[in-house]
Design a protein around this ligand. Sequence first.
Ligand code: ZN
Length: 471
Amino acid sequence: MSSKKKKKVKINKRVFRIFIIILALLIAYIAYLMIYRVSSIKDIFEGIETKEALISEYIVYGTHLNIKGSLDIENSNIDKVSLALKTINTEDQSEISMNYEKTPNGIEFSTSDLINEGINLEEMTTNTYYLFVKVDYNNNTSKYYSLKNDTDYDYQEGESLEYYTITKNDRNNKIDIKFADYDMNGQPLEYMYIGVNYTRLPDNVYDVVIDPGHGGSDVGAEYGKYNEADLTIKIAKAVKEELEDLGLKVLLTRDGTEGEEYNVYSVYDSNGRVNMVGDSKAKYVFSIHLNSIEQANSQSGVEIYAPSKANLNFAKSLADNIVKFADTKYSGLLMDYKIDEGVYVRTLTEEDISNSAANARAKGYEPYDIKENTPYLYMIRETGGIATGAYVDGRNPSYGVNNYYNSNIGVEAYLLELGYINNRVDLENIVNNQEGYVEGIVKSIKDELLGENYVTPEKKSEDGKNTSKVN
Ligand SMILES: [Zn+2]
């Protein structure tokens, strides 16, 4: 009996000893991490100038973050200006060369002049990145400046601009773009940083929105027994299904069951298509339409409408792939806003703007604040926020409000006019060769969002098991 008791005490002592050792190791590890981190941040700010660069704009459009600002420095002998992304883990450090211009006070810089270029958020690996403007001089010296938020964006201290990466292999990152202060020998130095962490995509966040044009009492263009609203919903649903097979999370702005009360004035309702796109936090929206022209059969073919001040490679890819896979042709429409075969960038003209102002005065509200190069099509303009000059802020009593008109994170938008409903050849092709149009659209989206070599994750059956696994 007594020996048994002794043995029990012995075991407990041993367990206790092991527990103490594990605890000590754990405390040592936490202390190491804390000291390492503090000293590493100190390392990052080692040699940084005490003057800050002023950020006048930081906007996410589609998958890219674009930063613009100014720096008050002596500007002779500058060789190069770049954005340095410093990390504690030095392997992920990188530099992006920036555009810059000399000003009487120093320089103005930007990561790109185009809204869908700059820092590619999709390519960032999980880490914390500290951003600095790096100025290289002709005499082989460099200076680093931290970034101070000088925008008038609605920003609370500690709050971040949140971005969710596109779903690839069932995986997403959450990216937080933030500002904070570093204590530089008693002086606070503001800096910008980007945190990239693995996440599960929240239920209300999507990769892509497909917007079938029109709906409800607004049938769009009509010809014979066909109308635009019915044809676009069929194509949109088929595109959604194929994108979901690639593992993407897709939202439709309508499903075809909407009633007569759904019409052109529903666009800016709280659950209308514009706010729906903003709420989705998607990276891209594709609005699907069919064209029509006064004289039947006088025009035909594909027109892709793209945002202004943007890299147009994606728009060109959409036009090329739809023409190829649907065996159709580029639109013959010749306008001064035709940029390339099948690619159109339509902006509001002086006349459009003065008409809009006259309409505002007639209805008794202050005219909109419309900037240069603002897209003509609302699905491109309003879904992009500040990047695309969205302006529907509620002052026009005929409409609701675009809750995202002043947002510095926008959804990259393309409007696809697949063909002319009142062209015999186009209509026949759209009705009988729907898969061709769907394949063309899906091919471009796959290449742009997932890469040409992307392999679709194994499909899961309804019981959640991999169907490809043989038991
Ligand atoms: Zn339409």
